[in-house]
Design a protein around this ligand. Structure first.
Ligand code: ADP
Ligand code: MG
Length: 342
């Protein structure tokens, strides 16, 4: 038996990186979430070779103070929570303080940031050594994070990367999912020098619907029913496609809980059930839905990627989602009368 020894910080970070940094798309998700948490109004994503060679996210958010830069890149360092209690009602997308440390342990990371008060500073960290180098730089208020050569020092991980096309597509999905979560924020996406998407901040409902149509396709929007239903402390709004626009796969289903994209069995079940009598069982509904509830009644600290949540009162949430959609679909139900008994 070998002797017990402490893992080096670098190795500990690389192991932790396995949980949050699976592929380029997971890096983009973490970087964009940081930019949104920093109150940005406009985000630009630049990619080279499906993100494997380069991923750059530029934002116009709060920026990071010079003295906080080394901390931003170190593990378990966050500005978003202080006490365990804060997790009860966490409103930010991040809070684990792991993303930048994890990413910089498996790639070459550079972060340039300005809070607007003085000039900008740049911090660099490379997988090989976790020392952060700080130097003066030029940047308007906000932050630009550059991640180069993902997995350059972890060949085993690098082998799992798919083609440039596939990795790009995954990133595009992440950007779309986040663009649907924040209509008030502008998003741009460029790949190999070509601007692929550009969504300006959408203020009005027609502008929001235009963004949804661009992301989910014009056919979705044409067949979509807008809903907005509120019941003591719960609100669900968004768009559900009428059964005429059902899918052979569950590939057009966006569900957000307090602005966070999630995949959840309870939610899927409630939606399925609402569609049960209007949709053939081999077909899948398409929707973009936003559930809003008291942050204290949902636990987001279930999984490192935060794709899963746990509802304090799952049964109530289930019945609310089911009855709201069931009600909304009344006009297409055989018989056509609204049935509010649920
Ligand atoms: P977390 O988001 O869980 O706090 P991260 O490792 O993703 O952890 O980020 C660490 C810290 O760095 C954040 O808490 C935040 O203070 C700062 N930070 C990261 N990205 C940005 C950004 N784009 N703008 C402003 N601050 C940022
Ligand atoms: Mg983060």
């Amino acid at each position: 038996m070998n002797k017990i020894h402490q893992l080096s910080p670098r190795l500990a970070n690389q192991i932790a990186a396995g949980e949050v940094v699976e592929r380029p798309a997971s890096v983009i998700k973490e970087l964009l979430e940081n930019s949104l948490d920093a109150g940005s109004r406009n985000l630009q994503v630049d990619l080279e070779q499906g993100g494997v060679k380069l991923m750059r996210v530029r934002d116009d958010g709060s920026g990071i103070d010079k003295q906080d830069l080394p901390l931003a890149l170190s593990r378990h360092a966050t500005s978003k929570i202080v006490h365990l209690d804060d997790l009860e009602a966490v409103a930010s997308l991040g809070f684990r303080g792991e993303a930048l440390a994890s990413i910089s342990s498996v790639a070459r990371l550079s972060l340039i940031s300005s809070t607007g008060a003085e000039h900008a500073w740049q911090a660099r960290a490379e997988g090989r050594d976790m020392e952060t180098e700080i130097s003066p730089a030029a940047h308007p208020q906000g932050t630009t994070v550059e991640v180069r050569d993902l997995f350059f020092n972890t060949p085993a991980r690098r082998k799992f990367l798919r083609t440039e096309r596939t990795e790009y597509t995954r990133i595009e999905e992440v950007v779309k999912r986040l663009a649907l979560s924040r209509f008030d924020v502008g998003f741009g996406l460029r790949h190999n020098g070509r601007q692929i998407h550009s969504w300006r901040p959408a203020q009005s409902v027609p502008e929001q619907e235009r963004r949804v149509a661009q992301i989910c396709g014009p056919e979705f929007m044409k067949n979509a029913l807008a809903i907005d239903i509120e019941r003591v402390g719960l609100r669900i709004w968004g768009w559900v496609a009428l059964p005429a626009f059902s899918r052979s796969q569950a590939d057009l289903q966006h569900f957000y809980v307090n602005g966070r994209a999630i995949r959840d069995k309870l939610v899927s079940h409630a939606v399925r059930q609402a569609f049960q009598d209007v949709l053939h069982h081999s077909r899948h509904p398409a929707f973009v839905l936003y559930l809003e509830l008291d942050p204290a009644s949902v636990d987001v600290n279930v999984h490192p990627t935060k794709h899963e949540v746990r509802f304090r009162d799952g049964r109530n949430v289930h019945s609310f989602i089911f009855s709201s959609l069931h009600h909304a679909l009344a006009e297409v139900r055989p018989g056509g009368n609204r049935d509010d008994d649920h």
